[in-house]
Design a protein around this ligand. Structure first.
Ligand code: ADP
Ligand code: MG
Length: 367
């Protein structure tokens, strides 16, 4: 019975989080048309410059991908190009999800998890790129970001089902199978090898960002003059926006759920990602445990309710948002300050919705 309540609490929390996450300001279609099974909202964009081509924007509707909702907006001269860019972007998201999902038994990632201890496993260029980037972030964050955290994540996921915190002993046993230095990547042969039996890679903190960047690339290839890809609130945008300029407005959600937005960010050719304990967590007793794990201690990350990172690419924003959640306010914001063109806005758990920002973050906040 108690388990059931825990499970329900978690599902309701996830549902609320998803509902909050999917709201953003990027789309403002004023006419709807049903085409080939999906709704596309189109509007004409009046350019201030008469020499510029007339553009239209289209919204591809919300679709379930990567365990959350994805929203894609495209700007182009004609609706064929809009449709083609939106479809190409969704296709890419689905393709990356099939490779890197933790839930699809035949995903490339799970094949690696099953066989990479027995011997090196050859992987696709895409998966290799993400693994390499992951190791890079591990180095940059002194191990706060670590995709080998899988065995510990698994124990905490069990908590979501049975409502019991993982025991010290099993956490220690799982910790022995964690550590990015145990992940052996061979660049030349594009292989992955585990140094320790029972290792498990988890790309939950980076695959979404990577997929978003790849989807944006597809939209550009398909001829879009601008676009925005939003997967569960992690967003990348480029080029001309539906507001007739290169500025895309994105609402930063309110973790308390009391209002729709805490603030509005203006982005041009940039990405944001948000991590935090309010989005996905498990409840034991009256305590909330984040789904983000500190690999050093195996404890669930505490201290920051919400971490939003603005960066040039979604993969950077995604990985860094998780990193800052683990590193905490002082170290985490220090890291972001040290990276060019990258900013963070965090909400510490102990202060009621007071933002703490890096020095350049204000430039992105709409006054
Ligand atoms: P969200 O899933 O809400 O986008 P994140 O991008 O922060 O949030 O990813 C969190 C997920 O990443 C967890 O659910 C888990 O699968 C994985 N993870 C947890 N802790 C770490 C960590 N320290 N480093 C890398 N990945 C992690
Ligand atoms: Mg992340």
């Amino acid at each position: 019975m108690i388990n059931k309540i825990f499970r329900m609490t978690v599902s309701i929390a996830i549902m609320i989080a998803v509902a909050l996450v999917i709201r953003h300001f990027s789309t403002s279609g004023n006419s709807n048309g049903q085409r080939e099974g999906y709704t596309i909202s189109l509007r004409t964009i009046e350019s201030a410059d008469p020499n510029q081509p007339q553009l239209q924007s289209g919204f591809g509707g919300s679709r379930l991908v990567m365990g959350t909702f994805a929203n894609i907006t495209a700007v182009a001269e004609d609706d064929e190009t809009i449709k083609a860019s939106i479809e190409a972007a969704f296709d890419k998201l689905v393709e990356i999800d099939e490779m890197m999902s933790d839930y699809k038994a035949d995903s490339e990632l799970l094949v690696v998890n099953r066989h990479a201890f027995a011997g090196p496993v050859e992987v696709s260029d895409e998966l290799f790129e993400v693994l390499k980037a992951s190791v890079y972030y591990s180095g940059k964050t002194q191990g706060a970001f670590d995709i080998t955290v899988g065995p510990v994540v698994e124990l905490w996921r069990r908590t979501a089902k049975d409502g019991k915190k993982p025991g010290e002993e099993e956490l220690a046993e799982a910790r022995a199978r964690v550590g990015y230095e145990k992940l052996i990547l061979d660049e030349e042969n594009k292989t992955v090898h585990f140094a320790v039996e029972g290792m498990k890679l988890d790309l939950g903190a980076i695959a979404k960002g990577y997929a978003i960047d790849r989807a944006i690339e597809e939209m550009k290839k398909a001829g879009a003059a601008g676009g925005l890809v939003d997967v569960g609130g992690d967003i990348c945008c480029f080029g001309v926006s539906p507001k007739f300029n290169n500025i895309w407005r994105v609402g930063l959600e309110d973790p308390s759920g009391e209002s729709s937005y805490l603030l509005v960010l203006t982005l041009s050719d940039a990405a944001i990602a948000t991590s935090g304990d309010y989005r996905r967590f498990v409840v034991v007793g009256d305590k909330r445990y984040s789904h983000i794990i500190d690999p050093a201690t195996t404890a669930s990350a505490i201290g920051l309710t919400s971490v939003t990172v603005i960066a040039a690419t979604a993969i950077d924003a995604d990985a860094l948002a998780t990193s800052v959640s683990v590193m905490g306010r002082v170290k985490g914001l220090g890291l972001i300050e040290s990276i060019d063109n990258t900013e963070a806005i965090v909400i510490p758990a102990d202060e009621k919705l007071e933002f703490v920002k890096t020095s350049g973050a204000d430039a992105y906040i709409r006054k």
